[in-house]
Design a protein around this ligand. Structure first.
Ligand SMILES: Cc1cc2nc3c(=O)[nH]c(=O)nc-3n(C[C@H](O)[C@H](O)[C@H](O)COP(=O)(O)OP(=O)(O)OC[C@H]3O[C@@H](n4cnc5c(N)ncnc54)[C@H](O)[C@@H]3O)c2cc1C
Length: 324
């Protein structure tokens, strides 16, 4: 059985969620005795495509049509539906990124396929296909059986490790039928985020601040710690509502859902709406003056203390360990 995986790339660089989804697809293929076909868009040089073979794709379909140079959910859905037919795949995998979330439900409708989103582990069984997914904003898991001929799975970011699974790979150009597919959205301008900044949803380390940080002027040690650990900064919703930090940094039920290896929560109380977005983190370290704050129940490690004093000391300690 062929497992089809959509591998998102930016200028030919395959993003972390794409490689996680590909590793996941390889895991599913191994369970089912099948192989992985990856779909990639853009005029990507052969050497950049090699990474797909290193992570388990034995066949790569490259779509070079300029229509796919910008993300249009309708066009990408049509292209993926044609790729499913071409590869005769019964299981489609993609990451729970903004584009994955846009394509997956449309594709499910188009193919009359079952869709399960936010899956965080390999299937419990292949026939019938049964998986665990995140439920109730991360406070529970649901076990789901997919009952259709074609199944679509989106993988929760940072919850499946990128694995090295080198296989022999063939690359072929895939030319989907695009007639009658005018882009529903025309991109007028694109503004890329600062170069070198780790996107929040892909960061392995996140250092987040809440209202307990007292003022935006106190953010420097938090930023320094994130930089030292090659991570990203985040915040609670009131902090972004106050304009202390940009809205794209806010994590939680109404913000970004993240699952880093390490989430440092400084001056964050741990309200359920905040935890809904961060409870998938492998380790939470809380720094809070109130030892009864709910964040300590979610955290594996905690410091009861003033974050504005603890963070600079933490920065100093990490600098010493790293020799920086
Ligand atoms: C529908 C809805 C959706 C929501 N969605 C979100 C969401 O997506 N994300 C989100 O974050 N919130 C969300 N909220 C808000 C949420 O309920 C909480 O109000 C919010 O998370 C609290 O933010 P906070 O922990 O930064 O602030 P507070 O609740 O004010 O907590 C500040 C914490 O800092 C501690 N503190 C004070 N001084 C210090 C110090 N010097 N050093 C260390 N600690 C200190 C305090 O003990 C306290 O625990 C939502 C609310 C609603 C109603």
């Amino acid at each position: 059985m062929s497992i089809l995986v959509y591998t998102e790339n930016r200028n030919g660089e395959f993003r972390k969620p794409a490689l996680e989804a590909l590793s996941y697809a390889y895991g599913v293929a191994s369970m089912s005795g099948g192989s992985v076909t990856a779909v990639a868009t853009g005029d990507i040089p052969e050497e950049k495509l090699q990474v797909l073979g290193e992570h388990g794709a034995s066949r790569v379909l490259v779509v070079k049509d300029p229509l796919f140079g910008h993300f249009d959910p309708g066009a990408f859905t049509s292209m993926m539906a044609q790729a499913v037919e071409k590869s005769q795949s019964k299981i489609v995998v993609m990451a729970s990124t903004i584009s994955g979330k846009a394509i997956a439900p449309r594709l499910a409708v188009k193919l009359k396929a079952a869709l399960v989103t936010g899956v965080n582990g390999l299937p419990l069984s292949i026939d019938p296909l049964t998986v665990n997914r995140r439920a109730y904003s991360g406070s529970a898991f649901a076990r789901v059986k997919l009952n259709s001929e074609i199944s679509i799975i989106t993988t929760l970011q940072n919850s499946y490790d990128i694995e090295s699974n080198p296989v022999a790979m063939t690359v072929e150009e895939f030319v989907p039928e695009v007639a009658g597919l005018p882009a529903a959205v025309e991109v007028l301008e694109e503004q890329r985020m600062e170069d070198g900044k780790v996107p929040l949803t892909e960061a392995s380390v996140i250092v987040a601040g809440g209202r307990g940080m007292k003022s935006p002027d106190n953010w420097q040690p938090l930023i320094e710690l994130a930089e030292l650990l090659e991570g990203a900064t985040a915040c609670s919703r009131p902090v972004s509502d106050e304009g202390w930090r940009p809205h794209e940094e806010h994590t939680g039920q109404t913000g970004k859902i993240v699952a880093p290896d390490l989430y440092v929560a400084a001056g964050i109380s741990g309200a359920t709406q905040h935890l809904a977005g961060v409870s998938g983190s492998k380790y939470i370290v809380a720094i809070n003056t109130d030892k009864t704050a709910p964040i300590f129940e979610a955290a594996q490690y905690g410091v009861v203390g003033d974050a504005t004093k603890v963070l600079p000391k933490l920065v100093e300690a990490v600098r010493q360990v790293k020799g920086k």
